[in-house]
Design a protein around this ligand. Structure first.
Ligand SMILES: *Cc1c(COP(=O)(O)O)cnc(C)c1O
Length: 470
């Protein structure tokens, strides 16, 4: 694409296009970056730059770009039956085959799926299902869903209400009633530093589970329907809970007979080195919302995997469930998702993340921990984060006005790497088909971006271990 066309598209974009999660005015002044094409783990922009996509789009392009098999699956399905719905006692082969495949991959106690068009719609569905379940169980007072601060469950009204993003709650409220939030298992920010200062990960993880029990007692156990959480918080900053967290949470839920909803929209489909994050943490969820990597992002599709306990009740006792979407189980999206899962199986993608790429990234990514700006470098499977700090020993952050995270993100893009910032936490979630050599490239580019950021913030970077000097 030539430069004049870049300018033309930017002008039209500014005039007519309201982007998601964007300061419209600021973007209009800057002009958006135009992505033209992509292959493998690289995207290209209209200025001719090739950029390593360290975020797999938005955590979704797990098989990488340019997979002809997925294009063919879409083409064939569109030729045969581009659309038909699953309402009113009809269905079609792609939706049925995908449902079967998903249930085969999911934990044993999950044998049914309800399709949606996105992860947000999946979480809307979750809210309706858990409340419906308890109503059918003659416990209609079990209405409240406990979620976590700084969680992300989507951007529809129910999705943002379940999520724990304060800036989202502040716009377009009030939120859906009957949703309560507890603290997140963010050891670096709230255990090692912050309010819990000096707590071991072990102790901190248990304290977070205790917060769940305290909340249940406060609300009254007979009023709580479910607990919802991501295995690893994604949009919140790639927050990997301490090892003690999930076992302790599981014990609390079992004690009070509360449903567990594990939001697998990011962690599902291999990100943590298992098909689902629930399998990595040995969780037995009652419901699992899915989307993103389900189709490697090639077409929009989501769903809720429904465990036997809830499904049997909805099926046997529920009568008609007045819920669904025009595009629930869309045949073209389902055909592409099915092909995506088949390719992941044939290519052993999930096992490679677990046995080879995850451990390799862990080793290489941890090296960035020696950088003077980095307070912590953590990763699990193919998700990782860097905590940018002004002072490594105290964990003190940069002045918010410096927007160090955004600066690092922009400098990273300039170097040729998409890294995302959440406040001053830098995150990556590359395609699962990345190679070791490309991981080396990713880490080298991230280090250059950190060096550039340090220079711009006036921090010395000459020796690698000078983080405790100012
Ligand atoms: C992205 C995301 C969602 C929302 O999915 P959309 O397809 O954007 O609606 C829900 N939960 C998690 C954990 C996500 O990362």
């Amino acid at each position: 694409m030539n430069r004049p066309l870049t300018g033309e598209l930017q002008a039209l974009d500014r005039a007519h296009h309201l982007h998601p999660f964007t300061d419209f005015k600021a973007l209009g002044e800057e002009g958006s970056r135009i992505i033209t094409h992509a292959e493998g783990v690289y995207i290209h922009d209209s200025e001719g730059r090739r950029i390593l996509d360290g975020m797999a789009g938005l955590w979704c392009v797990n098989l990488g770009y340019g997979r002809q098999e997925l294009v063919d699956a879409a083409t064939e399905q569109m030729r045969q039956l581009p659309y038909y719905n699953n309402f009113f006692k009809t269905t079609h082969e792609p939706a049925v085959r995908l449902a079967e495949k998903l249930c085969q991959l999911a934990p044993d106690s999950i044998n049914r799926v309800f399709f949606t068009g996105s992860g947000s719609e999946a979480n809307d569905t979750v809210l309706r299902m858990v409340r419906r379940y308890w109503a059918l169980k003659d416990k209609p007072h079990r209405q409240i869903v406990i979620a976590r601060e700084n969680a992300y469950h989507g951007s529809t009204v129910a999705g943002m209400s379940l999520g724990g993003m304060a800036p989202m709650h502040a716009q377009g409220g009030p939120c859906v009633p009957g949703i309560e939030h507890i603290r997140q298992p963010y050891w670096f920010g709230e255990g090692r530093f912050g309010e819990g200062r000096g707590q071991s990960p072990e102790t901190f993880g248990q304290a977070c589970a205790q917060a769940l029990e305290d909340k249940i007692r406060e609300l009254g156990e007979d009023n709580v329907a479910a607990f919802i959480a991501e295995p690893v918080q994604g949009a919140g900053g790639a927050i990997i809970p301490p090892e003690s967290y999930w076992p302790a949470i599981k014990a609390v839920l079992a004690k009070y007979d509360i449903l567990l909803v594990i939001d697998e929209v990011i962690c599902g489909f291999g990100r943590l080195g298992e098909w689902f994050g629930s399998q990595h943490y040995a969780l037995e969820p009652d419901l699992m919302p899915i989307a993103k990597g389900l189709s490697s992002g090639y077409l929009p599709i989501g769903g809720v995997l429904v465990g036997d306990r809830v499904a049997e009740t909805l099926v046997e006792e529920g009568g008609e469930f007045f819920h669904g979407f025009t595009y629930s189980g869309h045949p073209t999206c389902a055909a592409v998702a099915l092909k995506n899962l088949e390719l992941m199986e044939q290519e052993g993608v999930v096992a490679r993340v677990r046995d080879e790429l995850g451990p390799y990234l862990a080793r290489r990514w941890a090296e960035l921990g020696d950088h003077p700006l980095v307070g912590e470098a953590r990763s699990l499977g193919l998700i990782g984060a860097l905590e940018l700090v002004a002072d490594k020993s105290s964990g003190e952050r940069f002045d918010k006005a410096l927007a160090a995270g955004n600066l690092c993100r922009d400098l990273s893009f300039e170097k040729g790497l998409v890294m995302r910032s959440v406040g001053d936490t830098m995150i990556i979630s590359p395609p699962l088909v990345i190679t070791r050599e490309q991981i080396d490239e990713l880490v080298a580019l991230a280090r250059q971006a950190l060096d550039d950021t340090a220079r711009r913030l006036g921090k010395p970077i000459d020796s690698p271990c000078n983080g405790d000097k100012q």
